[in-house]
Design a protein around this ligand. Structure first.
Ligand code: TYD
Length: 131
């Protein structure tokens, strides 16, 4: 299991900023799905699941939010607060998302189509699976 916070190169000039992401360069998997979470209500926490096979990169392209990542032994918090940051998550990691700013747009690039059978939504089952 791996989680990595990457910093993408920003191609900026006097007009503004641009980030380009390419498969097999910044994105270490074929992208099969893109989804985004926005208009998250104040105080809401989301996620509360792990994936068996999925690889994902999460980017707060606007605003900010915090990921809580749990590998079954320790928990860490990673704040996404800049469109140049990408959080790569692979393998059995329990994830929760919180502290969404009201303007947050969280884009997620995923290696597989949506598949409910890839989810572990029960924390005790996650702990059983990960050990
Ligand atoms: P949910 O898993 O609750 O979101 P999160 O855990 O990231 O906060 O997903 C909300 C709903 O959207 C749920 O009915 C499943 C559906 N969904 C899809 O249909 N496709 C997707 O790619 C995702 C991520 C969710």
């Amino acid at each position: 299991m791996t989680t990595t916070l990457q910093e993408f190169r920003v191609l900026g000039d006097h007009r503004g900023q641009l980030v380009a992401l390419e498969v097999n360069r910044q994105i270490p998997f074929e992208i099969k799905r893109v989804y985004y979470i926005f208009d998250t209500k104040e105080g809401v926490e989301r996620g509360f699941h792990a994936h068996v096979n999925l690889k994902q990169i999460a980017i707060a392209v606007k605003g900010s939010c915090t990921f809580v990542l749990d590998d079954g032994k320790k928990r860490e918090e990673i704040k996404l607060d800049n469109p140049n940051k990408g959080l790569f998550i692979e393998g059995l990691i329990w994830r929760e998302m919180k502290d969404f700013s009201s303007d947050c747009v969280l884009v997620v690039l995923a290696s597989e189509h949506y598949d409910e059978s890839d989810y572990i939504r029960d924390y005790s089952k996650f702990l059983e699976t990960v050990k």
